[in-house]
Write a protein that binds this ligand. Structure first.
Ligand SMILES: Cc1cc2nc3c(=O)[nH]c(=O)nc-3n(C[C@H](O)[C@H](O)[C@H](O)COP(=O)(O)OP(=O)(O)OC[C@H]3O[C@@H](n4cnc5c(N)ncnc54)[C@H](O)[C@@H]3O)c2cc1C
Length: 521
């Protein structure tokens, strides 16, 4: 063996980094090996267009990280290593084809005035939902952050029943089971209000008619109203750079350009890893793999048949395409200059359009009118671009990883090598419709297809930005498989972490931190 550690971690996503930092802090000798030239996985920032224009390659909204248990415990240490955030008071809005817009800002009176202008009854509902948010957040937030283990669930249920009695607890369970469409159409009369919030479900794979998805539009709306949004100062990679420095300051090692080819094991117990360059690294206490389930199986070879089959069967959501734009100035939104002040503009005009796009992508079709999430980070953080200039972060949701056809019947390409350019043009046409003249302001663009996403980070299978569908059958105690939601595998001392493990995707570091605390106990 070339080297030896207490724990060896595979991949430098924010989950493994959080896990490594906690274990290093508990005195474990820690070595982390990342295939890419830079750490961070889906959280990285770079000058992908022109010098001085810093683009978040994938994740931009760091609300989940800033609100996480990991950040609560390590914020002081990360700040010492340069982690800094930019708070956003105007988090999101939607523009509509009729030239109107709706948005949520941390000024409740301002938000209510806009909603009231659409429908007074919806403003009352918004107020009511906000008033009850602290109690509901405690219940839902509590469930989303505990291990999916019998004791933890029983303890959670006991607290729920004591506080809400049987009826109240069942109401919360029903609330969590509903589709976005049911929650939104029962709560709001304005179709624009429904679309404004429904767009958030599509950030995961909760299209309007997917059971269990209703809480995401709700949570995102309430969090935005009460807390706004958090961006990384200078880029989302602020959290990654700080975590790497903190690990190194505690004696740990983070090595990039180090692809892991195999997980070594004998007699049912993991003992280390083999890198693609042939080096073998020993792990005395644990090997932690921050990879996709099928990749885990490729690295171990066959282990235990039920576990191996579950890893093989693990399912992915449709893909994403990213368009990074260096801009001369921000888009001139037809709906009004006020939209330039929001961090996210959703171009997702109705629940029916959102449902159609998801269904098309699921069926392998390039959507005729994909949903756009237009991020305007430089509106709050000018340090990301040269003076007076801007970057746009455009997410195209959702697109198929493998193309069977085009829902609009115009693009004949069946591979992403050929389809990327026309699909990017379709997205830019949509942007141009809502903000005429935007094309003329583009100084440079960088398009990342679903397959580019996967090529740079193999965890994003088919461009699935959440590393596996979050539908109920693959969430909670079933993520990634029954009996393994705590990251345990069929091999002793081998653990899986990252977005494929409960509590799943996003920048909340939940899977990594839950695992680290379990191991360090
Ligand atoms: C386009 C996009 C936009 C997103 N936007 C947001 C957002 O705004 N807010 C939010 O909260 N979430 C967002 N997400 C989701 C979120 O970024 C991810 O769920 C999260 O970052 C995943 O973290 P992770 O720790 O699981 O690992 P990942 O970030 O997936 O990193 C895994 C790492 O492991 C490495 N690796 C894999 N195999 C090997 C190997 N064999 N050897 C060595 N290294 C290996 C990879 O190279 C990669 O660096 C977005 C995701 C994408 C793709």
């Amino acid at each position: 063996m070339s080297d030896s550690y207490d724990v060896v971690l595979i991949g430098a996503g924010h989950n493994t980094l959080a896990c490594a930092l906690h274990l290093a802090a508990k005195g474990w000798k820690t070595g982390l090996f990342e295939a890419a030239p830079t750490p961070g996985g889906a959280v990285k920032t770079g000058e992908y267009t022109l010098p001085g224009f810093r683009h978040d390659w994938a994740a931009m909204n760091l609300n989940l990280f800033a609100g996480s248990a990991f950040y609560k415990d390590y914020s002081a240490e990360l700040a010492q290593h340069g982690c800094a955030f930019t708070p956003v008071s105007k988090p999101f809005a939607s523009a509509f084809p009729d030239g109107s817009w709706l948005g949520v800002t941390t000024d409740r009176a301002e938000t209510l005035a806009r909603i009231r202008a659409e429908d007074p009854a919806d403003a009352e509902t918004w107020s009511r939902l906000n008033d009850s948010f602290p109690q509901t957040a405690e219940a839902i937030g509590g469930l989303l952050s505990i291990p999916m283990k019998f004791n933890a669930i029983a303890c959670f249920m006991f607290k729920m029943l004591r506080r809400n009695k049987i009826g109240g607890s069942l109401d919360i369970a029903q609330f969590m089971a509903q589709t976005p469409r049911r929650f939104l159409t029962r709560s709001f009369r304005s179709e624009k209000m429904q679309a404004l919030l429904g767009a958030w479900g599509l950030h995961l794979d909760y299209a309007p008619d997917v059971a269990g998805g209703g809480i995401f539009p709700y949570l995102e709306g309430m969090v935005a109203q009460n807390l706004g949004m958090t961006l990384g100062q200078g880029g989302a990679d602020t959290i990654i750079r700080a975590m790497v420095k903190a690990i190194e300051a505690r004696g740990g090692r983070v090595e990039c350009n180090a692809s892991v080819a195999k997980i070594l094991h004998e007699n049912g117990k993991a003992s280390g890893i083999e890198l693609a360059d042939g080096r073998r690294i020993a792990a005395k206490k644990a090997v932690i793999a921050g990879v996709a389930p099928q990749a885990l199986l490729r690295m171990t070879g066959p282990t235990e048949s039920r576990f191996d089959q579950a890893m093989r069967d693990y399912a992915y959501a449709p893909g994403t395409m990213m368009i990074h734009l260096a801009m001369d100035s921000l888009p001139d939104w037809a709906a009004g200059a006020a939209l330039q002040e929001f961090a996210y503009i959703h171009l997702a005009p109705s629940l029916d359009q959102q449902a159609r796009v998801y269904q098309q992508a699921q069926a392998g079709l390039l959507p005729d009118e994909p949903i756009l999430v237009v991020g305007q980070p430089t509106t709050v953080d000018p340090s990301r671009a040269p003076q007076g200039k801007h970057v746009l972060w455009v997410q195209v949701r959702m697109v198929p990883g493998q193309i069977k056809g085009d829902a609009a019947g115009q693009i004949t390409a069946k591979t992403w090598d050929e389809a990327t350019a026309p699909m990017a043009e379709r997205a830019l046409d949509i942007l141009e419709r809502y903000a005429p003249g935007t094309r003329a302001k583009i100084l440079e663009k960088h398009v990342v297809s679903p397959l580019d996403l996967e090529a740079e980070n193999p965890n994003l299978v088919g461009g699935d930005q959440v590393c596996g569908s979050h539908h109920i059958s693959q969430n909670f105690m079933f993520r990634p498989a029954r009996g393994h939601s705590d990251g345990s595998t069929a091999l002793k001392n081998l653990h899986l972490t990252g977005a494929a493990v409960w509590p799943g995707a996003g920048t909340g570091a939940g899977p990594g931190y839950l695992l680290a605390r379990r191991l360090a106990k």
